[in-house]
Design a protein around this ligand. Structure first.
Ligand SMILES: [Zn+2]
Ligand SMILES: [Zn+2]
Length: 264
């Protein structure tokens, strides 16, 4: 890698379905990255459920090989990009996920595991998805379920890197869907997930995306990060960019975050 620091969390078109139709492609990022002195890792969503069942999914029908080939071609000319995937964890698909990792982990530079929806069709990382889920399940149970599934993902050891460990609070916080009194939103739960990652030798993302949501903080918070770092947890930094304007804004923040991590 040419530069000192790496933004490990970049989404592109057409590979991530939540990037706009006129959103950035690999080369769009590459063009601006070179002058900003940072490496980037493409980390597009790989959600096995949709890869298998949805013909419109960009990775449907083995297209992960095309994705990899395309990035590998760019890597021949640019020494500051990495190939990666943000893979969705499903409790009931651990075998398939492990098989996928056996086949592909070595092909990629970096793979992160994450959780956006554990009930298909109800992602907690979109406002509408969470709203729909709240009509079905009490908030306390949603939060508890999130932490239970996260624990399972970490203990499964399928992934060596975990993205945005407390993203359940993207919309459940005092600025959005206010936690009901019975909810346990204590920092200790997030700290325990981080400690579990350390026990399983898993690196934790410091995800900057929360800064653009009303919660206005990273995932996990800087306070939790500092505590975990002191205890020995290893971090990588990701902007979770889905657009070029946002990405450009994040570059100095990513670099500063790495510098801060080095000081702890
Ligand atoms: Zn994510
Ligand atoms: Zn992401």
């Amino acid at each position: 890698m040419r530069f000192k620091f790496t933004d490990f969390h970049i989404h592109t078109r057409p590979w991530s379905v939540d990037v706009a139709e006129d959103g950035p492609t690999f080369i769009d990022y590459i063009k601006i990255v070179e002058e900003h002195q940072i490496n980037i890792c493409f980390l597009d969503h790989y959600e096995l459920y949709y890869v298998e069942n949805d013909k419109t999914n960009p990775f449907y029908n083995g297209r992960v090989d095309d994705y990899l080939e395309e990035i590998d071609r760019f890597k021949e000319s640019y020494d500051f990009i990495l190939s990666g995937l943000e893979i969705e964890y499903y409790e009931d698909k651990e075998i398939e996920l492990s098989e996928f990792m056996d086949d592909y982990e070595k092909e990629f530079d970096f793979i992160g595991g994450s959780i956006h929806e554990w009930i298909i069709g109800y992602p907690i990382t979109t406002r509408e998805g969470l709203k729909k889920l709240l009509e079905k399940i009490p908030m306390k149970k949603i939060i508890d379920n999130y932490f239970e599934v996260s624990k399972k993902m970490i203990d499964s050891q399928i992934f060596k890197n975990i993205c945005h460990i407390d993203t359940i609070f993207r919309y459940i916080n005092n600025n959005e869907f206010i936690p009901t009194d019975d909810c346990n939103v204590s920092e200790n739960r997030v700290l325990d997930l981080g400690r579990l990652c350390m026990k399983n030798r898993i690196k934790v993302e410091l995800n900057l995306s929360g800064l653009r949501f009303p919660i206005k903080r990273t995932f996990p918070s800087m306070k939790v990060m500092q505590q975990l770092k002191k205890e020995g947890v290893e971090f990588f930094v990701g902007s979770d960019s889905h657009s070029l304007d946002y990405f450009k804004e994040q570059i100095p923040k990513v670099i500063n975050t790495y510098k801060l991590l080095q000081q702890i």
